[in-house]
Design a binder for this molecule. Structure first.
Ligand code: 6PG
Length: 246
């Protein structure tokens, strides 16, 4: 289902609510919330809002376990680190027990070993995987034509980004497929052309990897959605404007 929001602030507000609802449901059903964070800048607004809220179930954070879907192979204190962004925006402000925060171990000498180690601690069926999408259609660190896209066994592998920092650790298609819920956040006019490619009837995952999750829940803002309204996509809802479910 694709939800279109009037702007980034509305998208962030609704995404924070969505995450809290999934967390609450996961804790009610299984006693814990296994939440996989994405990197990049789009999720930052959502994390800041979550840090500022007092969650409805006061026990939300103490039963939350945080993982990452991908990471740049830099130290955790590096501003390029996805862990660094999440810590600044949320994790340093809420009482998730430190033992329940599982950064990808980018301080290991060999990225391949780090991917293997992370695979061993990553939950079999994460409750929620948060993803973003780049202008080239990548998601997590699954870039177009990358070997990681063809991985069918390992849940984490090393990938190479076309932009710095180039060495990445990323979840693979099997890891995404095992998630109970996937939420993709996309904002900004620069994403409009590739969003059209993601939701077009025909396309190739190798060219636009985010097509892997085209049937997940997408929260996009109006600016990013401006080229998809001509497509007859089933299951589009515009929130904060006229509701249009095609
Ligand atoms: C990363 C992310 C990456 C990101 C997209 C979108 O490590 O950079 O995991 O997949 O989600 O590149 O990034 P923005 O949200 O900054 O546009």
């Amino acid at each position: 289902m694709l939800y279109v929001f009037s702007d980034y602030a509305k998208l962030s507000e609704e995404a924070a609510l969505f995450i809290e609802q999934v967390g609450r449901r996961s804790i009610e059903q299984r006693g814990r919330f296994d939440w996989v964070l994405s990197g990049g800048t789009t999720p930052r607004g959502v994390l800041v809002l979550l840090a500022a809220k007092t969650p409805d179930p006061p026990d939300l954070w103490k039963n939350t376990h945080v993982f990452w879907g991908d990471e740049r192979y830099v130290p955790p204190e590096c501003p390029d680190s996805n862990y660094f962004m999440a810590f600044q925006a949320l994790l340093g402000h809420v009482d998730i027990p430190t033992a329940q925060i599982h950064p990808i171990p980018t301080e290991m000498p060999e990225p391949r070993k780090a991917a293997e180690q992370y695979d061993s601690v990553f939950p079999a069926e994460p409750d929620l995987v948060l993803l973003g999408m780049g202008e080239d259609g990548h998601t997590a660190s699954l870039f177009p034509h990358s070997g990681a896209l063809r991985e069918r066994d390992k849940r984490f592998t090393v990938s190479e980004s076309p932009i710095e920092p180039r060495v990445r650790i990323t979840l693979t298609p099997p890891a995404i497929a095992a998630a109970r819920d996937v939420l993709v956040l996309v904002s900004g006019p620069e994403k409009a052309p590739v969003l059209r490619r993601i939701f077009a009837d025909h396309g190739d995952v190798d060219e636009a990897p985010a097509r892997l999750v085209r049937n997940a829940t997408w929260f996009v803002d109006q600016a990013a959605a401006q080229q998809i309204f001509e497509l007859r996509i089933s299951g589009v809802a515009r929130i904060g404007g006229d509701i249009e479910s095609a």
